[in-house]
Design a protein around this ligand. Structure first.
Ligand code: SF4
Length: 136
């Protein structure tokens, strides 16, 4: 049987990015070539629209957000922390429902980034022991 992965939806060509743009991520597609993958977008699962305002974690990282020590705000200053936490929990629910090998996540995202400032969803999945792979 083929290995199973969860993947950031925007990495596999779905229109989920905050700016509504479609981008091609060949390295990730190559990685998943012989696998079965389940696309997820934590920000859409958190109830946010596409396109949506760009957002960033203020004064911390995804772990801090989960612990209530940091917030996620849009560039205009709207606090959308609750949507990010909801999206992370929904993604965890999907991850827990399937025998996945790991999760392929998009770099430089306040939800999905693994390196640098870890995103909220990446932090929650990491806390639950999932293997995380990051793609640009
Ligand atoms: Fe959704 Fe994550 Fe891609 Fe952002 S980086 S569009 S939250 S899947």
């Amino acid at each position: 049987t083929k290995p199973l992965y969860l993947v950031s939806a925007c990495l596999v060509g779905l229109c989920t990015r905050y700016d509504g743009a479609l981008k091609s991520h060949e390295t990730c597609k190559e990685f998943l070539k012989n696998s079965i993958w389940i696309p997820v977008c934590p920000e859409q699962l958190g109830g946010l629209p596409t396109p949506r305002p760009a957002a960033e974690i203020i004064d911390g990282n995804g772990h801090d957000v989960l612990e209530g020590k940091a917030t996620v705000c849009t560039k205009e200053g709207d606090d959308i922390t609750a949507s990010f936490i909801q999206g992370a929990k929904q993604t965890l629910q999907i991850a827990n429902a399937h025998p996945i090998q790991g999760v392929c996540l998009k770099a430089k995202s306040p939800s999905c980034a693994v390196s640098g400032t870890i995103g909220v969803t990446a932090a929650l999945l990491k806390n639950h022991g999932f293997k995380l792979y990051e793609f640009q």
